[in-house]
Design a protein around this ligand. Structure first.
Ligand SMILES: Nc1nc2c(c(=O)[nH]1)N[C@H]1C(S)=C(S)[C@@H](COP(=O)(O)O)O[C@H]1N2
Ligand SMILES: [Mo]
Length: 359
């Protein structure tokens, strides 16, 4: 159980770190534009590993809780080691429970707490991984002995484990494995297309308008269907405005790109619109420009985003006007929304009003 949990938490930590860097990109990091599906896969794996870890953690806690009531050892050295071990376990268990619980509430978009999910989930991830490493270090002799003794799942004759204990232990392991597998199969369809129909517990596998789920509706974002909408493209002193008819009259590009929400669902769709680089050229800006994107949104976060130069220059990065062959639904960002390869959903800004070249 410990090995499985260790693997699940390591996967969650690494993919979570990646997601954090994708959302708050430090100056020294240049994110790759390719492969277009990379973020979709890393974030899908993050949520799948976290979901599998829930039953594993429950079984692990159930299997070790009697040890809480063991008598502490005698002797200062042994007692100090024991106290250290217990402290690391307290930090590990608390952090692990917090990460899985907050991750689950995030997937179902339920935020009952006032703290920022992202900042807290990220900070506690370091506590969890640190406590895990400390736990491994403290327990290393026991872990090594266990692996050496078992060399597989069978316990050699003459060990202290009775045949019945071994059977029970094996059934618990199998049950935990089955529970983890079920948890994954019942939810992973929100990101794995061929599991869509079996994942009856997936929160966001249901279709939204135009075959794509909606993460935040226009009403939730405080956006009403605009009249007299215009797009503004700004580069230094050069400023051009485009009506929807102007944009529609420009050469259109069609691309298949995924929306990959940090909340664990993802879905591929066919987008049609004007490449951002075309609009940049029309205000005399180089294709490789950093672009600040703003929207009509008046309420809550995610109303703006920044497009790094390599993304702005990529011909697949569109100001999309159409989705799966139809004019964008208001909830998908009508009149136009940003769509770029390998980018978290939160940065695929809807209801765009303005592109400003950062100089
Ligand atoms: N202006 C604005 N754009 C936004 C959001 C938002 O809240 N406001 N949500 C983002 C998030 S979190 C996701 S996952 C995608 C989802 O796009 P969809 O609702 O069209 O599927 O839109 C992104 N664009
Ligand atoms: Mo999202």
């Amino acid at each position: 159980m410990g090995t499985w949990l260790g693997i699940a938490f390591t996967i969650c930590f690494l993919t979570g770190l990646w997601s954090h860097l994708q959302q708050t990109t430090p100056g020294w990091l240049t994110l790759p534009v390719d492969p277009a599906w990379l973020y979709r896969v890393t974030q899908g794996v993050h949520v799948i590993a976290g979901t599998a870890a829930v039953p594993l953690l429950l079984v692990k806690l159930w299997s070790v809780y009697p040890r809480l009531f063991l008598r502490p050892p005698r002797g200062t050295g042994a007692l100090a080691l024991h106290a250290l071990e217990r402290l690391s376990i307290l930090a590990l268990v608390a952090a692990a429970i917090f990460q899985l619980a907050s991750g689950l509430t995030n997937i179902v978009q339920w935020y009952p707490w006032a703290f920022s999910f992202r900042a807290t989930h990220y900070a506690v991830a370091w506590i969890a991984i640190g406590a895990l490493l400390l736990h491994l270090a403290v327990k290393w002799p026991a872990i090594r002995a266990a692996y050496a003794r078992e060399g597989g799942t069978t316990v050699p004759l003459g060990s202290s484990e009775s045949a019945e204990d071994a059977r029970t232990r094996r059934s618990v392991l199998v049950a935990a494995g089955v529970a983890a597998g079920l948890a994954v199969v019942l939810t992973a369809g929100q990101t794995v297309p061929w599991l869509r129909r079996v994942s009856v517990l997936a929160v966001r596998s249901g279709d939204g308008p135009q075959g794509l789920p909606v993460n935040r509706t226009a009403a939730q974002a405080g956006v009403a269907r605009p009249t007299g909408w215009q797009l503004e493209v700004v580069h230094g002193d050069t400023r051009r405005t485009f009506t929807l008819d102007d944009l529609t009259a420009l050469p259109q590009t069609t691309r298949v790109l995924p929306i990959a929400c940090v909340e664990g669902w993802s879905r591929s769709a066919e987008w049609t619109g004007v490449p951002v680089r075309t609009l940049l050229a029309m205000v005399g800006a180089p294709a490789s420009s950093e672009v600040h994107v703003s929207s009509l949104q008046t309420r809550r976060a995610f109303g703006t985003s920044d497009l790094p130069p390599a993304f702005a220059a990529d011909p697949r990065t569109l100001l999309a006007l159409r989705l799966n062959g139809e004019e964008l639904d208001l909830d998908h960002g009508w009149p136009c929304r940003l769509i770029a390869p390998n980018r978290p959903g939160v940065r695929q800004t809807k209801w765009v009003t303005r592109l400003e070249v950062r100089t």
